[in-house]
Design a protein around this ligand. Structure first.
Ligand code: HPA
Length: 275
């Protein structure tokens, strides 16, 4: 067996031993400052990453580093409270390990969330944005020998973000009275925030949001046939002018995400209930 597959199996076996026979059908990745959705999970089983074989710790600010298994919207789910980023120095295999592990647990749907800068001038701090597509400027996590047990060599990415899930979110967003935006996420490695010139470039090529995560997870999820819903919380309006008062700040990003997290959690709960 491929050594990578052995590592994925090793971690999945441990998680299965912690959660018993009723396996989750839905996985959730909680981004910077968004970890408090975890408080809504009923009958939670918390499994710290440090206890999971093969799993590294998340070092990023606002990221806790736990799997949480339990019930949300009446369904068995597993959430990753905190993710691993490429900018932390982990290879893409580790950045995406959790997704493949959740696949082996049986998830059919993945909800990914992140804090992002709004490059679209109509986006404001606190906006919730349905990710409808992405532009990947990070290394592709599928580079290397293909893990054929998981999926094909050349996965299609035409509908990376599931259209039915987007429609469901829009419908529920209206019911909840929240004004959901819909945009294209531009993924860069970080850890620097963007220069104003880069922001202007991203706008030109059609990006509404910019961030340092999510895309590797989405690519790996699509490779193995998981249906994906992605949501960004706009934590800062990306600055396209070289003005000192508009500096970006990681702590502020986490704070703003925390404020919007309650609405996002409720939307996720209602979507999961409707699946
Ligand atoms: N740029 C990149 N990543 C981010 C930003 C940003 O402005 N805000 C939150 N994550």
């Amino acid at each position: 067996m491929d050594e990578r597959t052995e590592r994925i199996n090793h971690a999945a076996r441990y998680l299965k031993s912690c959660i018993g026979p009723e396996l989750p059908t839905i996985g959730i990745v909680l981004g910077s400052g968004l970890g408090n959705l975890a408080e809504e999970i009923e009958e939670p089983v918390v499994i710290p990453y440090r206890d999971v074989p093969e799993f590294p710790m998340s070092t990023a600010v606002g990221h806790k580093g736990n799997f949480i298994y339990g019930k949300l919207g009446g369904k068995k789910i597993i959430a990753m409270q905190g993710r691993l980023h490429f900018y932390e120095g982990y290879p893409m295999e580790l950045v995406t390990l959790g997704i493949r592990v959740m696949k082996l647990l049986g998830i059919e749907f993945l909800f990914v969330s992140n804090a992002a800068g709004g490059t679209n001038i109509e986006y404001h701090v606190g906006d919730l944005v349905i990710i409808k597509d992405h532009i990947n400027m990070m290394p592709n996590p599928l580079i290397g020998p293909n893990l054929a047990d998981f999926g094909p060599r050349f996965p299609d990415m035409t509908c990376a973000y599931d259209l039915e899930l987007q429609e469901l979110a829009e419908k529920l967003g209206i019911q909840m009275g929240i004004n959901l935006k819909k945009g294209v996420y531009f993924g860069s490695t970080g850890p620097t925030y963007e220069t104003p010139a880069e922001i202007r470039f991203f706008r030109e090529v059609g990006a509404d949001l910019v961030g340092m995560s999510t895309i590797p997870e989405v690519i790996v999820a699509r490779h193995c046939g998981i249906r994906v819903f992605g949501m960004s919380v706009v934590t800062n309006e990306a600055n396209s002018r070289n003005v000192p008062k508009n500096l970006n700040d990681g702590d502020d990003v986490v704070k703003q995400a925390g404020i919007a997290a309650t609405r996002m959690s409720e939307l996720f709960r209602r979507m999961i209930e409707a699946l």
